[in-house]
Design a protein around this ligand. Structure first.
Ligand code: URP
Ligand code: ZN
Length: 465
């Protein structure tokens, strides 16, 4: 007897849409097949008229992110609960080496201990080094082989002690050519970031309007170009986090055509809003790095997605509250960077992507689930619904509409970039390892339900395709 049968729905994977049932046994997908063909189960869920998606993976989130001695407004439980309401069953956060006296390995162990017993969703994290010495770089092979096969390097934020230098990037990429794994970068030219922001500050131009003019497209595209060149010469595996502009996309296209192992994500906000947000009275809330760009950049990113150049849409969630944001006093140089977004990524991509006719349902699943799993060593355990995959799934109602506000979301963060907008397409129920974690508008999972995902460098399969 099967544990669970999700019947009569339309299963959507990256490959297509099928009138299939899904059977779960022991927390894993046991079978998928045409309606009524999979036998009996202890529990049956009727998904007629609904879509059944593999659990979503958000490969770029910052939970409990520090800022000026305090933290963003959500914690490991509340952030992952809100993510689950957004159809997310696995988050990839960052183990950032804030304490440089700690090894990268110990930093990862610390991050794991912070999630343990707290998380609603499954979780993983990228090892984010802030030291550029041989000792730190030398830890990467052990991490890659030990279940954390992705690293992240910041190419900026030197004044916050977060930046790695180009030698570290070169070495990290070289190691991925040898051991597998993948290196992600926050690509912005550090010297330019500070040169321009110092100049704008000296000229008294610190209102949010000036933020995208300060961190303009070249600031990103130069760093993207440099990282790609290092990937090319080393033969390493590179992932560009939050690619946001046309110039970076042009560089990416050329490199991919040359066979460089470079993969890119963009974030939901770069696809759905532009720099005019900074001219709103609450424009400071929209400060994130890279900044929101021009309408032409937004259109270019959609084209990059349609061409398959950009393979992932993440949230880059950072749960700064209105109070956190207000500490900046409307000065872009002092405002905490980052936008909340884990819960609204799915309805926003459905509304602006599928409903607007820009992408298919399968493409949406590819961007939100299959490709994040492929990029970060979780496929096909996650990212699809196939025999042997984890029993993580979303029963998705494309017809449901909500006017976004904190009242309809499930986060302690008291604002959302989509506030006031009507979005369509919401998760009606969410299952993790075959158990419901979201049902009938309630979270059924206790903190600690989500588990650490031990990933496999050999399962990174974005460059084989
Ligand atoms: O502006 C962004 N992307 N914020 C996210 C958190 C960070 O500092 O990287
Ligand atoms: Zn980020």
């Amino acid at each position: 007897m099967l544990d669970l049968l999700v019947r009569n729905g339309t299963v959507v994977t990256a490959e297509g849409s099928y009138p299939y049932d899904v059977a779960i046994q022991g927390g894993k997908v046991a079978a998928i097949g045409p309606h009524g063909t999979l036998g009996e189960a202890k529990e049956t869920v009727d998904a007629a008229g609904k879509l059944v998606l593999p659990g979503l993976i958000d490969p770029h989130v910052h939970i409990h992110h520090p800022f000026k001695g305090s933290f963003a407004g959500d914690d490991f439980t509340s952030a992952t609960r809100s993510a689950a309401f957004g159809g997310v069953t696995t988050v990839c956060d960052f183990a950032i080496q804030w304490d440089k006296t700690k090894s990268l390995t110990d930093t990862c162990a610390l991050r794991k201990s912070q999630f343990e017993g707290q998380s609603i969703t499954d979780y993983a994290f990228h090892a984010c080094l802030t030291r550029s010495d041989g000792e730190t770089i030398g830890e990467l092979p052990g991490l890659i082989q030990g279940g954390i096969p992705s690293a992240k390097l910041y190419m900026t934020y030197s004044r916050q002690g977060r930046m790695s230098d180009d030698a570290a990037l070169y070495e990290a990429l070289r190691l991925t050519a040898q051991y597998g794994g993948i290196v992600g970068v926050h690509a912005e030219n550090d010297a330019m970031c500070y040169y321009f922001s110092d100049a704008f500050k000296a000229a008294g131009k610190t209102s949010p309007h000036y933020f995208p003019l300060c961190k303009h497209n070249l600031v990103e595209s130069e760093a993207v170009n440099r990282a790609i060149y290092l990937a090319k010469v080393t033969g390493g595996n590179l992932y560009i986090f939050h690619l946001s502009c046309k110039e970076s996309l042009d560089i990416l296209r050329k490199a991919q055509d040359e066979g460089v192992h470079v993969y890119a994500e963009t974030c939901i906000h770069y696809l759905t809003m532009d720099m005019s947000q900074y001219d709103r009275p609450d424009g400071a809330n929209f400060i994130c790095s890279p900044p929101l760009r021009s309408k032409a950049d937004v259109e270019a990113l959609w084209q990059g997605i349609q061409e398959g150049r950009i393979g992932v849409v993440s949230s880059d969630h950072c749960g700064f509250t209105l109070a956190n944001k207000a500490t900046g006093g409307n000065d872009f140089t002092a405002t905490p960077n980052g936008l909340p977004g884990m819960e609204t990524r799915l309805p926003a991509l459905y509304t602006y992507g599928v409903k607007a006719g820009r992408i298919s349902l399968s493409k949406m699943v590819e961007l939100l689930s299959a490709n994040p799993a492929r990029a970060f060593g979780m496929y096909p355990r996650k990212g699809t619904l196939a025999p042997g995959s984890d029993g993580d799934l979303v029963i998705f109602d494309p017809a449901e509409e909500k006017v976004i506000s904190p009242a309809v979301l499930h986060s302690p963060v008291d604002w959302n970039p989509f506030d006031g907008q009507t979005l369509s397409g919401f998760a009606q129920a969410v299952y993790l390892a075959g158990k419901p974690i979201i049902q009938d508008g309630a979270c059924l999972a206790a903190p600690g339900t989500g588990k650490f995902v031990q990933r496999d460098a050999k399962a990174i399969c974005i460059f084989d395709r």
